[in-house]
Ligand binder design. Structure first.
Ligand code: ADP
Ligand code: MG
Length: 493
């Protein structure tokens, strides 16, 4: 791949070394398991958590004479992912054999795509907060088979092989070396996962191994030539990705500043020590002897298939974010929080439809999501439904309850359930907007506190104390705006 630098160096991302500033350069190869019922070239199930060797056909076990048959569903998923990455879709692609020996690879080769992948160049946009939007180039996406799993810890002197994963479809998504910090790398993984989840093409569960990243890291003087990279294999958590990059960049800087050179090698990250260590050097790298798989024809489809899949794509996070901002007048930041998960945006829209968008987003993002995360609950398990939250918001908008009472009401709905309007009615929580009643309380408080009245003439900010007294006397039910106006008039402010 020819490397092109598309980024302007950002001094905030530089790392200080003894000889001056350094810049990190990162490119990622993400393996994402395709969401499909059956494997890439056989009809075996892909179901997770089955007993060992439960999901294995003759093809997956590489019995002699067995022939692979492409799973159209996996092809459709790869094309949909390509469309989601705004990438070029290649109507003709090739499957190649990548030859190597491993006990859990019964064929002795992996079927992958080498020179002609199904998806070409695309892009992913990252929202880096105050540093603005960053575009990360996608080099390619190809389809390949997963290998089986060797199990070494169940017998004192034997290893076992579980072929359940053997032949499961993976998409390898290769980025350009466009990332410049561990934060960007984490944001990239997170955005990619969000897009895959929206598309339903990969569940993105890093803990279960359905998404894992090979992270290529190099360092250079800011804006200079690309340095020699090391590849950190199989990172399966966002946090570890960040830690591995930080460690690896520092290690390379130290070597270079000591007058050494970086060996291009494959390394592993050990979360326990927080360090990366060498796995194999470039000299030991496999020669995979790629060649087109003679059992498979070139993969060909027409524009109609692409058009059909494009027409049925869901609304993706970037488009959804722009629409939420336009439709509901909410901030860029609030919208970015909502689109991280489809259920979040859906919940918000169910609440905000026909209501004040700013009020709705405040209640959804701050009150509800805040409370859910405090209790460790998912949105799906929220005790407060969109209808109930909408009901609370309606009572605020109509002036029937104050923002403060609304919080008490939210608490009641959260713990006891029920219809917000009925709760307000039956428990007498309605806000007092009757100015006569408020005036009476104001008069009493002014009469009882002549010293404070004398002070407030010199120090108008003391009106806050009076507001507090009136609210207390009305048990929080007086309309705060009315209280303020009446107080100001009576105190001559
Ligand atoms: P290979 O096939 O040998 O792994 P590629 O050229 O396909 O190599 O690149 C693999 C990954 O390494 C890509 O994600 C690419 O962006 C990244 N990469 C290439 N050069 C560098 C570099 N100098 N520093 C960091 N990442 C790099
Ligand atoms: Mg590689």
């Amino acid at each position: 791949m020819t490397l092109v630098d598309t980024r302007t160096p950002n001094p905030k991302q530089f790392i200080k070394g003894a000889t001056g500033d350094w810049e990190i350069v990162i490119g990622m190869e993400v393996h994402a398991q395709v969401t499909s019922e059956s494997k890439l070239f056989s009809g075996s199930s892909t179901e997770f958590g089955q007993p060992p060797n439960n999901n294995v056909s003759f093809v997956d076990a590489a019995m002699p004479g067995m022939l692979p048959v492409i799973n159209v569903q996996c092809v459709r998923q790869a094309v949909r992912t390509g469309l989601g990455l705004k990438a070029q879709i290649n109507k003709r692609s090739l499957f190649d054999r990548k030859n190597y020996f491993y006990p859990d690879l019964p064929q002795g080769y992996q079927i992958s795509q080498f020179k002609d992948p199904i998806v070409g160049e695309g892009k992913v946009l990252l929202d880096m907060g105050e540093d603005g939007e960053v575009e990360i180039g996608i080099e390619r996406l190809h389809l390949e088979q997963d290998a089986g799993k060797s199990i070494h810890d169940q017998h004192p002197n034997m290893s076992f092989v579980d072929l359940n994963r053997s032949g499961v479809a993976l998409m390898e998504i290769v980025s350009k070396p466009d990332l410049r910090s561990s934060d960007e790398a984490k944001a990239y993984l997170s955005k990619l996962r969000t897009i895959l989840r929206y598309l339903g093409t990969c569940d993105g569960n890093m803990e279960q191994g359905s998404m894992r990243a090979d992270i290529n890291v190099s360092v250079r003087k800011p804006g200079g030539e690309f340095g020699t990279r090391c590849e950190i294999k199989n990172v399966n958590s966002m946090r570890f990705a960040g830690q591995a990059i930080e460690y690896e960049a520092r290690r390379q800087i130290d070597i270079l500043e000591d007058g050494g050179a970086i060996d291009q090698e494959t390394r592993l990250y050990d979360p326990k020590s927080g360090q990366t260590r060498s796995m194999r050097s470039k000299e030991e790298a496999h020669d995979y002897r790629y060649f087109p798989d003679p059992d498979l024809l070139p993969l060909e489809f027409d524009d109609a298939l692409i058009a059909e899949l494009a027409a049925n794509l869901p609304e993706l996070p970037d488009e959804k974010q722009a629409r939420l901002i336009a439709d509901y007048g909410i901030t860029h930041y609030d919208a970015s929080v909502l689109v991280t998960e489809q259920v979040k945006a859906d919940f918000f829209e169910a609440v905000a439809k026909g209501r004040d968008g700013k009020l709705a987003v405040n209640w959804v993002n701050n009150e509800l999501f805040g409370r859910l995360s405090k209790e460790g609950l998912n949105i799906e398990d929220s005790p407060v439904s969109p209808d109930q939250l909408g009901g609370i918001i309606d009572l605020i908008s109509s002036g029937e309850i104050s923002g403060k009472i609304a919080k008490d009401l939210f608490e009641i709905v959260w713990t006891e359930g029920g219809n917000p309007a009925e709760i307000v009615e039956s428990r007498g929580m309605k806000q007092v907007t009757d100015t006569g009643a408020i005036e009476k309380v104001v008069d009493e408080i002014i009469a009882a506190n002549p010293d404070k009245v004398a002070q407030v003439a010199d120090k108008p900010s003391m009106v806050g104390w009076f507001v507090g007294q009136v609210m207390k006397a009305s048990q929080g039910k007086a309309n705060p705006q009315a209280v303020n106006e009446i107080l100001k008039a009576k105190l001559g402010l």
